[in-house]
Design a protein around this ligand. Structure first.
Ligand code: ADP
Length: 530
């Protein structure tokens, strides 16, 4: 074998003499020897062969990527006399190729993340998509996104485990990703290794190639067999909103991968911000809905406000303009109309104020132990004075336990239900009021034999401004706020209110109130006392 200087150097020899007695195959890595032999045989048969790549093993056992081209040498008579082999060091090219391959892989993983996360705006889905793509692209055994909450606390936004036992001590049912707002910091981020905090504070990536070489690694990670990990900050426009972590059970798994991880984190930041903005937009939607309700309320109310105002204005103008020509009786009638319209206006405004306070939760109930029967009896007595057409009956289970309630408000509810019963049922029919105690509550029912309410409208009558079609002819001055207020009051007491009805036969409005604590016979308490 004769070699030029460059090849001698490539084989790891300083002088050509070192190669005496050795064959080319001695400098070929074992796994490639058959291929090199084949290549030479082909050159022998065909005169030359196409070049092949192989691993060259130098004299000092160093492995180099090389390329071999072989051609047959013939003597003057044309008989094969030997080979001429050209060996080229291609390690540089190999490295560049590998890098291109790796880069392509990275780009395609990034592209995948981009397409899938831009298709969703749900934050939990965005986070788990990122985690799963990053995990796959970087062959991570444990991939996680730790989020920085608004109050500065940390919590796992999403995590994924591959070929590793999940680390979290609290098992989480599949598909129940923790929400950013209410994530409780998981043990992994609460541990003192402090890497997450460090990354959030410094804004710089951290790569640990060998956990055994550094101190203070999270013991949970160590116990899970993690050998190396990397974390990069997820930087939103204004702040660092989280950290993207990859962990591996192999050492040095992420050396040289930081650039890719940062690219992923940048995509993650955009996707997270988008999802958050979208969530805020939903809040804007809710506000818009509230605004729409307010407009609807004004539209409803302005009509009801204007009617009595118009009549007040009309009668007042008439009286003033024709004061001398009007008889005293006429003037009194007009003044009475003005009084009625003013009362209606006052009532409407009071109802509206009360309803808005009830809905905003700002209505304070002055609760006290209440004897229900006396409220019921007083309410019936008062309505009996005002209406002569109906018969009132009452059925009370006696003795009734006390309830913890605001007596004025409960009376208001009863007045409302009773006047509705009168309003929506013809003369000469019965209206009955029943009261009985159940295990933990008192149930009151106001039953009439009136027009009734259709089944699909039973719940709606408690909505503000809702007026059922069956009651149209009897409605009079109502605006559909009474039952909405009743509902607000009863619910503020911790009770329920509902209606039962058969169209044309009558309606029953029922509500419950929780019994006063002392009046509930609690068996467990009793047994404890004994
Ligand atoms: P209003 O009586 O001022 O219209 P409410 O809020 O008190 O407002 O009642 C809402 C609607 O429920 C009424 O318009 C009526 O259609 C229906 N309603 C209430 N009580 C009864 C009842 N006892 N029988 C039949 N329909 C009723």
């Amino acid at each position: 074998m004769r070699l030029n200087d460059a090849t001698t150097a490539l084989y790891g020899c300083r002088r050509k003499e070192e190669l005496t007695g050795r064959r080319i195959l001695d400098f070929v890595a074992e796994q490639d020897r058959d291929r090199v032999m084949d290549n030479m045989e082909r050159a022998y048969e065909q005169g030359r062969s196409s070049s092949i790549e192989y691993v060259l093993r130098t004299k000092t056992e160093k492995e180099i990527h090389a390329e071999l081209s072989t051609a047959l040498l013939r003597d003057k008579s044309g008989k094969p006399a030997g080979f001429i082999a050209v060996t080229k060091d291609i390690s540089e090219r190999k490295r560049a190729e590998d890098e291109i391959l790796q880069r392509t892989r990275e780009l395609s993983a990034l592209h995948q993340v981009l397409t899938s996360i831009t298709q969703t705006l749900d934050l939990d889905t965005v986070l788990s998509e990122i985690v799963s793509h990053v995990g796959a692209a970087l062959e991570s055994n444990y991939t996680s996104i730790v989020m920085v909450n608004e109050d500065g606390s940390l919590g796992i936004g999403s995590e994924e485990f591959v070929d590793i036992t999940p680390l979290s001590t609290k098992p989480r049912p599949k598909g129940s990703a923790r929400r950013i707002v209410d994530i409780t910091p998981s043990p992994i981020s609460a541990r003192p290794h402090g890497v997450t905090r460090h990354i959030v504070k410094s804004g710089e990536p951290v790569v640990i190639d060998d956990v055994d070489a550094v101190e203070g690694t999270n013991p949970i990670l160590l116990a899970a067999g993690i050998k190396s990990y990397a974390g990069v900050p997820i930087k939103a426009k204004k702040a660092i909103i989280g950290v993207l972590f990859v962990h591996s059970t192999r050492r040095n798994a992420f050396a040289g991968k930081v650039r890719l991880l940062v690219a992923f984190a940048d995509e993650a930041a955009i996707a997270i911000e988008n999802a958050r903005l979208y969530k805020d937009a939903s809040t804007v939607g809710a506000l818009r809905e509230a605004d729409r309700l307010k407009t609807e309320l004004l539209a409803n109310v302005s009509h009801d406000l204007r009617t009595p105002l118009t009549s007040i204005k009309g009668y007042t103008t008439t009286i003033l303009r024709h004061y001398d020509r009007l008889a005293d009786d006429e003037k009194r009638d007009f003044l009475r109309e003005i009084e009625v319209a003013s009362d209606r206006l006052t009532e409407l405004i009071e109802n509206l104020l009360q309803l808005s306070k009830l809905e905003a939760g700002g209505f304070h109930m002055q609760k006290e132990p209440v004897v229900m029967v006396s409220i019921l009896s007083n309410a019936i007595e008062d309505i009996e004075q005002k209406t002569k057409g109906h018969r009132f009956l009452s059925h009370y289970q006696e003795p009734l336990p006390l309830v913890d309630a605001d007596p004025r408000r409960i009376r208001q509810v009863l007045d409302n239900l009773l006047s509705n019963a009168v309003k929506y049922s013809p003369d000469d029919t019965e209206i009955s009021v029943e009261c009985q105690a159940a295990e933990r509550e008192l149930i009151v029912r106001v039953r009439d034999q009136g027009v009734g309410i259709s089944p699909e409208e039973l719940d709606k009558v408690f909505d503000r401004f809702y007026q059922a079609s069956s009651g149209a002819s009897q409605r009079g001055g109502g605006v559909g706020l009474g039952l909405a207020i009743c509902k607000g009051i009863i619910e503020a007491h911790g009770g329920r209110i509902w209606a039962e009805s058969a169209l044309g036969k009558g309606s029953t409005f029922a509500f419950t109130l929780p019994l006063e604590k002392g009046s509930i016979s609690d068996e467990t308490d009793d047994s404890r006392d004994q």
